[in-house]
Design a protein around this ligand. Structure first.
Ligand code: GLN
Length: 228
């Protein structure tokens, strides 16, 4: 393969927020794991690069590729038109659904019921953006990550949390007093974020992704972390 110029020679530097199970999380031993981690590793292997993982807040991960500090942002990143103005995206590799978590017995049963409530979200995410657009900035609290938002919901500081479906399922499973509404707030595509105009990297990443989709590697990674 042609030599790729990356942030650190010989490495593929990935900015992520490892508090977003099952896409990225940290094991008790402190290792990174998850769908994005394994997928990035498989891409790095194909590109002949060593995977370097930089863990940070979600909004910082998006900035990191824009500022040329990381080669890729992989953090269940949703493709949006606003983000496309400041960064480029690979082909999509997964879909996400913005979902609503409420305490058991809540009177919130649908997205419309969020009107007039306090909504917890993760800073810089599509959940935050949609909710503040629909219900106003004052109705939305932005936390550092999803887990902190869920803790705030457990403590009664907010009435609901809007977050991606896959981590929502895990947070609800770990918190018996919470339930996940089976109505979705928005559907979206996940893709790998890169600096604008880095076509060499984008082409290489898309070629690797296509191979991983075609040979079933991507599906087996998903199956490893999500049991139907
Ligand atoms: N998919 C959402 C977004 O891109 C949230 C991602 C995340 O919190 N890691 O905004």
């Amino acid at each position: 393969a042609a030599e790729l110029t990356t942030v650190e020679a010989g490495k593929l530097t990935m900015a992520t927020n490892a508090a977003f199970p099952p896409y990225e999380m940290t094991t008790d031993a402190g290792a990174f794991e998850g769908i994005d981690i394994d997928t990035a590793q498989a891409i790095a292997d194909k590109l002949g690069l060593e995977l370097q993982i930089d863990d940070m807040d979600f909004d910082a991960a998006l900035l990191s590729v824009q500022q040329g500090k990381a080669d890729i942002a992989m953090a269940g990143v949703t493709v949006t038109d606003e983000r496309k103005n400041v960064m480029d995206f690979s082909d999509s590799y997964a879909t996400g659904i913005q979902s609503i978590i409420v305490p058991e017995g809540s009177d919130i049963a649908s997205p419309d019921d969020l009107a007039g409530k306090m909504i917890g979200t993760q800073r810089g995410t599509t959940g935050y953006i949609y909710c503040s657009d629909d219900f106003g900035d004052n109705a939305v609290v932005a936390y550092d990550d999803g887990l902190t938002a869920v803790q705030a919901l457990n403590n009664g500081q907010v009435d609901a949390v809007v977050i991606d479906n896959a981590p929502a399922k895990e947070f609800v499973a770990a918190n018996p007093g919470l339930v996940l509404l089976d109505t979705s707030y928005a559907e979206e595509d996940y893709a790998i974020g890169m600096a604008k105009g880095n076509t060499a990297l984008e082409d290489a990443v898309n070629a690797a992704l296509e191979e991983l989709k075609a040979d079933g590697t991507l599906q087996s990674i998903v199956d490893k972390y999500i049991t139907a």
